[in-house]
Design a protein around this ligand. Structure first.
Ligand code: SF4
Length: 457
C-alpha cells in the first residue's frame, strides 16, 4: 500500500470532475415524492434479511461550525431535545411493529451532535430502543461526539448504556484553523477522552479530519496528522474534503475566500494526509477512510467483505438499515426512504401519522443489478462478473455492453483490467473509483449539471 502512487498528476487532471459518493445507488437525487410509507413497511415485511442496523439522527448542536453543510439546529436549549425524544419514541414505537423482532446488529447515533443529549436523555433513548427492539449480544453501538461541551464522564456513561464505538469530530488541531471555522477545542481533552473511552471498554475510536479548511497549510496539517497519529492514536480516521460553497451554505459565508487554500494547496494537503497515514501503519480503506490493520474495517477490506451505506463504509452491509429521526434515510430490501427534513414537519407528521416518510424509491431490477456492481467496485476495487450473472440471471457482457465500452479510457491508462471473469481496479486508481463507478450509473446523463455532486478529487 505504501508504495502505490495514487497521485499521478496527469491522470488526476484527466479525470477531474464531480460525481456521486455512492453511499447509495441510485443516489438520493432519484428519490421521489411519489412514495408511501406502506412501501417501506411492505419492504420490511418481505425482506429476507433478519438483521437490522439502526441509525438515529439527533439534529441539535450547541454552536455553529462555519464549514458545516449538515441538517442541524443550533440551540442552547437542551429541553428542546426532550420534545424531540418524545416524537422519536413515537416513531420507534410505530417502526417496532414492522422491525421489532429483527436482531439489531448495529446502532449508530449521528447528527447534528448526539452528545448534545444529556446523560438522562441518552439513557432514556437507549432504554426505549431496548424495549422496542431486540439487540444482538455482539451489537456495535456507536455515537458521534463533539469534544466541546462534554465531560470525560460521558465516556463512562456511554459505556454503561452499551456504547462500544466512539466517533469524534476533530477536523484540525491547529488553533488558527479552529478559530476560522468557529470550532475551538482542546487536543489534550480529546486525548484524555480517548484514553478514558478505552479504559471503560470502547473497542474502537474514529476521528474525523477535514482537509481544505481555511488557513490550513502543509506545515499546520502535518502537525495535525502528527497529533492524530501520536497523541490520539485513533483506530479509524475518516478524511473528508471541505467543499467551500458559501452561496449554498450560509454559515460558510463567515469564512473569507482569501483564507482558503488554493486548489493545488488543497490537493497537496490530501496527498500529505494519505501519505502520512499510510506510512504510519494505517490502511487506506475505500476512498476516504483509514484503519489500523487490526480494525474490523481493514479486515473486511482484506476479505473483500466491505460494504457501503448512507453512513459510509461498513462491515454490516448484509443488514437492512432503518433510519429514525428528522431527515434520516432507510435502506430496506429493495426500497430507500427518507424522512422529512425540518423539525416542524417531523413533529407534525409523527403526530398525524406516526411516521415521517416524505420520499423514497423502490428499486427496479436494473437499479438492483447496478447497485451491486457499484457497491462491489466502491468497496473492494474488484467485481466478480460471475456472481452478478448468477444472482440476477444475466449475461454480464451483453447487459453492460455500453458501460464496458465507456471503461476504455481507464483500461488504456492501465487503471483497470477487464477480463471475461472480473473487473480488477488497480490500486493506483483508488482516488478515481467514483469515476469508474460513474460508467455503470444509468442516471448520470439526467444530471448534466454535475455540480450537484462533490468533486471527485
Ligand atoms: S459540524 Fe457537526 S457540530 Fe458543527 S454545526 Fe455541523 S453538525 Fe453541528
Amino acid at each position: 500500500m505504501k508504495t502505490v502512487n495514487f497521485f499521478e498528476q496527469k491522470l488526476l487532471n484527466k479525470y477531474d470532475t464531480s460525481g456521486p459518493r455512492y453511499t447509495s445507488y441510485p443516489t438520493a437525487l432519484e428519490f421521489s415524492d411519489n412514495f408511501s410509507n406502506d412501501e417501506l413497511i411492505r419492504a420490511g415485511q418481505s425482506s429476507s434479511t433478519k438483521e437490522l442496523s439502526l441509525y438515529l439522527h439527533i439534529p441539535f448542536c450547541h454552536s455553529l461550525c462555519y464549514y458545516c453543510g449538515c441538517n442541524k439546529i443550533v440551540t442552547r436549549h437542551t429541553a428542546k431535545a426532550d420534545i424531540y425524544l418524545d416524537n422519536l419514541e413515537k416513531e420507534i414505537l410505530s417502526r417496532a411493529q414492522t422491525f421489532g423482532t429483527r436482531s439489531i446488529r448495529q446502532l449508530h447515533l449521528g447528527g447534528g451532535t448526539p452528545s448534545f443529549l444529556s446523560h438522562a436523555q441518552l439513557s432514556r433513548l437507549i432504554a426505549n430502543l431496548r424495549n422496542n427492539f431486540s439487540f444482538a449480544k455482539d451489537i456495535e453501538m456507536s455515537i458521534e461526539v463533539d469534544p466541546r461541551e462534554i465531560e470525560l464522564e460521558l465516556a463512562d456513561h456511554l459505556a454503561s448504556i452499551g456504547f462500544n464505538r466512539l466517533s469524534i469530530g476533530v477536523q484540525d488541531t491547529n488553533q488558527k484553523v479552529q478559530k476560522a471555522i468557529n470550532r475551538p477545542q482542546s487536543t489534550e481533552f480529546i486525548q484524555s477522552l480517548i484514553k478514558r473511552a478505552k479504559l471503560v471498554g470502547f473497542t474502537s475510536v474514529n476521528i474525523d479530519l477535514i482537509y481544505g479548511l481555511p488557513h490550513q497549510t502543509k506545515e499546520t496539517f502535518s502537525q495535525t496528522l502528527d497529533d492524530v497519529i501520536n497523541k490520539l492514536n485513533a483506530d479509524r480516521i475518516s478524511l473528508f474534503s471541505y467543499a467551500h460553497m458559501p452561496k449554498v451554505f450560509a454559515a460558510q459565508r463567515k469564512i473569507r475566500d482569501e483564507w482558503m487554500p488554493s486548489t493545488d494547496d488543497k490537493f497537496a494537503l490530501m496527498k500529505l494526509a494519505i501519505e502520512t497515514l499510510s506510512a504510519n501503519g494505517y490502511e487506506f480503506i475505500g476512498m476516504d477512510h483509514f484503519a489500523k490493520p487490526t480494525d474490523e474495517l481493514a479486515k473486511a477490506q482484506q476479505n473483500a467483505e466491505l460494504h457501503r451505506n448512507f453512513q459510509g463504509y461498513t462491515t454490516k452491509g448484509d443488514c437492512d438499515l432503518l433510519g429514525l429521526g428528522v431527515s434520516a434515510i432507510s435502506s430496506v430490501d429493495d426500497v430507500y426512504s427518507q424522512n422529512v427534513k425540518t423539525l416542524k414537519d417531523y413533529y407534525q407528521q409523527i403526530d398525524n401519522q406516526g411516521h415521517a416518510v416524505v420520499k423514497g424509491r423502490r428499486l427496479s431490477q436494473d437499479d438492483k443489478i447496478r447497485r451491486l456492481v457499484i457497491n462491489q467496485l466502491m468497496c473492494n476495487l474488484y467485481l466478480d462478473k460471475k456472481s452478478v450473472e448468477q444472482e440476477f440471471k444475466i449475461n454480464f457482457e451483453q447487459y453492460f455492453a455500453d458501460d464496458i465500452r465507456s471503461l476504455s479510457p481507464f483500461i488504456n491508462d492501465g487503471l483497470l483490467k477487464n477480463t471475461a471473469e472480473n473487473i480488477n481496479v488497480s490500486p493506483r486508481a483508488r482516488l478515481l473509483i467514483r469515476n469508474i463507478c460513474m460508467s455503470f450509473d444509468a442516471y448520470l446523463k439526467n444530471h448534466l449539471n454535475q455540480q450537484r455532486f462533490s468533486r471527485v478529487i
